[in-house]
Ligand binder design. Structure first.
Ligand SMILES: C[S@@+](CC[C@H](N)C(=O)[O-])C[C@H]1O[C@@H](n2cnc3c(N)ncnc32)[C@H](O)[C@@H]1O
Length: 194
């Protein structure tokens, strides 16, 4: 192989690696560990589906942004952790190693990487009602089929402005999904935009 071929191949490899790290249809590289804190506006549609007071755990809490938004709406956080915590009240733990405590809900905006997301759906919804915020496209894919018996509610959010102060939104429509133990109750309820 000539040196120009080697250089072309290594440039191509770099391009492919960058492409693999990008969000679907987005033109920016996703940040490490998917650290996209949830903006307050994305939490408001969820509040219609929560009681006036309730307890919850947050196993991908990051800097605690979502925890703080939910506290404003009557949530009492009994456990917050993250693989790379960014606030004093967030413990260090892999979400799949956390044994869900007695709480009314697990609520998080998890990493969207399916290798983490899918085991998380099973691990938590086997034990407590689990609200997860992620891309709306997922429910239209074949990979979502095994999780359908656990899906109870879908609350549409639309596109989210993930980066504070930015003019643009992410290119994926999103929703809050409520998963619970499979109990034969199907189909899930869908709640559209208001
Ligand atoms: C999209 S951010 C959301 C942060 C926070 N839940 C919020 O809504 O503001 C996803 C978070 O998941 C964490 N994370 C990634 N992999 C994880 C794992 N295996 N266990 C626990 N947390 C993880 C990241 O460090 C990051 O803080």
């Amino acid at each position: 192989m000539t040196s120009s071929e080697t250089s072309f191949n290594s440039r191509r490899k770099i391009t492919l690696v960058i492409w693999c790290n990008m969000g679907k249809r987005s033109d920016f590289e996703r940040v490490e560990r998917d650290f996209y804190p949830t903006p307050y506006e994305a939490v408001l549609p969820l509040t219609d589906h929560l009681p006036d007071t309730f307890s919850f755990i947050e196993p991908c809490a990051g800097d605690g942004r979502l925890v703080n938004h939910i506290k404003v709406h009557g949530g009492i956080c009994t456990w917050a952790s993250d693989i790379e915590p960014q606030a004093d009240f967030v413990f260090k733990a892999d979400a799949l190693d956390v044994e869900p405590q007695a709480a009314d809900y697990m609520i998080t905006n998890p990493p969207w990487n399916r290798k983490i997301l899918h085991p998380m759906i099973e691990h938590y919804s086997d034990r407590i009602p689990t609200w997860l915020l992620f891309d709306a496209d997922w429910m239209h894919t074949k990979q979502s089929v095994p999780f359908m018996p656990r899906l109870k509610k879908v609350v549409s959010i639309g596109r989210i402005k993930w980066i504070e102060g930015s003019k643009s939104t992410g290119k994926d429509n999103c929703c809050w999904y409520l998963f619970d133990k499979p109990d034969g109750e199907w189909p899930p309820q869908f709640f559209g935009r208001k």
